[in-house]
Write a protein that binds this ligand. Sequence first.
Ligand SMILES: [Zn+2]
Length: 145
Amino acid sequence: MADIFSERKRSEIMSKVKSKNTKPEEIVRKYLFSKGFRYRKNVKELPGKPDIVLPKYATVIFVNGCFWHGHDCPKGTLPATNTEFWEQKIRSNKQRDEKNEKSLVERGWRVETIWECELKNKTIALKTLEALEQRLKNRENDNLT
Ligand SMILES: [Zn+2]
């Protein structure tokens, strides 16, 4: 099929698509940044390459897609076809997540997992993020005492 859009038009469309669908990890980052938290992104030196690393709080945050990481929610439901394949695939993803979490904890990190479905609309996201913020602040107080 011929490309019906000019290069300029196409990039215009793409940028609109992008800004409409903010990635879940961006929602978490933006919130934390607005609250004064400073972090590193996608730290590949750490197991599982956490999406967000807060050294001051000794905390790493994974923002997980419900399907790929096998969340126990409607979005984590396996497809009706090729079910066995997906079952195996998702199971091995979950095992890898667990292994990563374990080695992070062994290195002294606290691991937070935020699920995609916990950010699915503004009301739910705000609740999730406020709770996360509170846990981080409690940790800061722990460290001071
Ligand atoms: Zn979920």
